[in-house]
Each structure stands twice: as C-alpha cells, then as structure tokens.
Write a protein that binds this ligand. Structure first.
Ligand SMILES: NC(=O)c1ccc[n+]([C@@H]2O[C@H](COP(=O)([O-])OP(=O)(O)OC[C@H]3O[C@@H](n4cnc5c(N)ncnc54)[C@H](OP(=O)(O)O)[C@@H]3O)[C@@H](O)[C@H]2O)c1
Length: 336
C-alpha cells in the first residue's frame, strides 16, 4: 500500500515531515478490522508528535488519528463489523496511523460511519467527539438530560474539540453553554455550534464571565489553559470541576483547594493505551454520535477540505491546523 509518514523530527516545514512511501499491507489481528481509508483529518497531536519524537528506524512513521473508510477484512474474533461496513474511528496512539491507503484498528474503538456524511466529513468527528464525550460524561460525570441551572464554559470553543463539545452539551444536557472565541469568524462559528453565550478569551475570562453574570460549575479548559488558570479559579463555582486536555508547562494546583474544586485530565488515548476493560466505550459513544448526526441532532464540524491525501495537501492541512486559528476541523479525502 501507499502511505505518508515522517522520517525527520521537527516542524511541518522540515523535508522529512511528510514522505510518501510504499509498504506492505497491514495484517489484521484477532480483534482488528482492516480498513480502506477514504477520509482523514488532522489534529494538534500530529504536529506535537512530529516535533517531539524522533521517528523509529526503518520506514517513515505513519501518523494520523482520525479516519473514515470501508472494512475490507476482519480478524477471527471480530463480532461487530463485517467486510463492506462503513466505519469511523480515531485509533490508537502506539499503532500506525490513518495517513495510508489501509489501516488496522481494534473493533472496540470503531463506530459506524454516519450515513449522511461523506467519508472526509465523517473523519472530522472521531478524535474530538471522544475527547468531548469523555470529558462531559466520564470526567465531569454529567448525566444525559441533567445539568439545568448550571453552566459549562468551553475555552477554545471554535477549535476541533470545542465545536463538538458545544453541540453535545446542548443536545444531551440541560447545561447553559458559554463558549470563548476572539474573532468575528469564530464568534459566528460557536454560535452556529449552539453556544448560548460567547465571551472573548483575549480578555480576562473572569471579567468576561462576570459581565454576563454567569459562574460556571464546569470549565472545559481546551486551549491556553496556563494563561486562563487564575481567571478560571476566580470565576468557577465552589465545588466546581475543571477538565483539561492541553499541555501547560506549570499549573498552581494549590489554587483548587479553597473552593474544593475537582480537576480531571482528559486523554482520549488513555483507554486504548492501557487496554482498559471498557475500551469499547469508545465504539459505543461513536455509534451514539453517528446516530445523532443521522438524526440531524449533530452536524459536521468540518470547515476545510484540503483535497486528496497527498504530501502537499497534508502539509497544507497541518500548517493550517498548527497556525493557532483553526476553526472546527480540517479534513482530506483518502489516498488515490
Ligand atoms: N488530551 C486529549 O485527549 C486531547 C484531545 C484533543 C485535543 N487535545 C489538545 O487540546 C488542544 C485543543 O485542540 P483542538 O483540536 O480543539 O484545537 P484547535 O482546533 O487547534 O483550536 C483552535 C482554536 O483555539 C482558539 N484559541 C487560540 N488561542 C487561544 C487561547 N489562548 N485561549 C483560548 N482559545 C484559544 C482559537 O480561537 P480564536 O481564533 O477565536 O482565538 C481557535 O479557534 C490542543 O493542545 C490539542 O493537542 C488533547
């Protein structure tokens, strides 16, 4: 098969950051699906890995953690899919990624592709949906249909994770959803996603929230957390809950104590990395998201389709994603 990998550590601008090569077709293990990849998306984790990890010896390392495609073969113990099924998934951190013609993925991490979306549109959903869902329902412990009278603040609302989190919180809980956005385009985007209020993360967020008279019980700290931390502590309700997914260099954990705050990391690869007993929770949530899309309750978060998966188009997609001003998701079609 053809694949694109990286053979040199560094930013997307280095020559070895994206290299097309031929390699042998992957063979499915007992719980694996062999998928013909028809659409992929890019995520910040792609450039974080390229920048921070030297590639292993041998073939370039295939990255990419969002795909939609068609099942070609299944392993002997697979029970949930069969050849010909259309699927979408984020996959596993330690295995080869989706920037290839074929990929193997554990069935417990795979959902049925929404039938109303193209492959590229569907590929924009898995990684961010898993992240948002796990933070809302596993970490915060919010129950579906509950949360009325309380507010959720989504910091970085127009990003990939924020865009789907706003939609899920609005459709599945009673929470008031406040999203942050700093530009006219992103303000308009988070409103389209369903945010009840928009505040500007370029201003002190505690002052922005005070101006609209809302003290959130839940804060989804998705981007720029280090710079927002003091404001979060100032504005959040006592006994509130902060969820974080980015990589601040240092955080004042002591600040949580005086309000008896809870804190959770979300890391969407954790279940698969540690082969958790409930790995199949990701298949279940992807199937829920898929059904919500087909019912018209959730819509695509894709803002850019960069065309076929080629070295040139992948570099352009990664450069756009890495620029700090991405809106929703950037996707590509499969490799020809
Ligand atoms: N742990 C996990 O499982 C997990 C999963 C997914 C992502 N992540 C991480 O989470 C972070 C966000 O990912 P993403 O894909 O949602 O990001 P993204 O799509 O790249 O986010 C772009 C958005 O961030 C906003 N933004 C830029 N600077 C900001 C700031 N200082 N404060 C608040 N918002 C700011 C921008 O809004 P404006 O243009 O309006 O300023 C832009 O719309 C990344 O660090 C990613 O690696 C972690």
């Amino acid at each position: 098969m053809k694949a694109i990998g990286y053979s040199e550590q560094g930013p997307v601008s280095v020559a070895g950051s994206a290299v097309e090569f031929e390699t042998s077709d992957p063979q499915p293990g007992p719980r694996d699906l062999l998928v013909e990849v028809r659409g992929v998306s890019v995520n910040p984790v792609d450039f974080k890995v390229r920048a921070n990890r030297p590639p292993p010896e041998g073939d370039p390392k295939i990255l990419g953690w969002d795909a939609a495609g068609v099942v070609r073969e299944v392993g002997g113990d697979v029970t949930t899919f069969q050849p010909g099924d259309e699927v979408f998934y984020a996959g596993e951190f330690t295995r080869d990624g989706s920037n290839a013609q074929l990929q193997t993925v554990d069935e417990r991490l795979v959902g049925k592709k929404p039938s109303t979306l193209s492959f590229a549109e569907a590929a924009g959903l898995p990684l961010t949906s898993i992240t948002a869902w796990e933070m809302l329902f596993d970490s915060f412990g919010i129950r579906e249909g509950e949360g009325a009278g309380e507010a959720l603040l989504v910091i970085g609302g127009a990003g990939g994770v924020g865009s789907i989190m706003i939609q899920l919180a609005k459709k599945l809980t009673g929470l008031t959803v406040v999203a942050t956005a700093s530009r006219p385009d992103t303000v308009e985007w988070v409103k389209k996603m369903g945010a009840d209020h928009v505040v500007n993360h370029r201003n002190p967020l505690n002052e922005e929230m005070a101006a609209i008279g809302i003290a959130p019980k839940y804060v989804a700290a998705l981007t720029g957390t280090e710079g927002h931390w003091d404001a979060i502590i100032e504005m959040i309700k006592p006994r509130g809950h902060i969820g974080m997914i980015d990589d601040p260099a240092s955080i004042n954990w002591q600040a949580l104590k005086m309000k008896a705050l809870s804190f959770s990391w979300e890391f969407m690869f954790a279940r698969s990395l540690h082969k958790a007993d409930d790995m199949d929770a990701q298949a279940a949530l992807l199937n829920r998201v898929s059904a919500m899309v087909d019912a018209g309750d959730v819509f695509s978060t894709v803002s850019q389709n960069m065309g076929a998966l080629t070295v040139e188009n992948l570099r352009a997609a990664l450069t756009h994603q890495n620029g700090g001003a991405a809106i929703g998701k950037t996707v590509l079609e499969g490799m020809s």
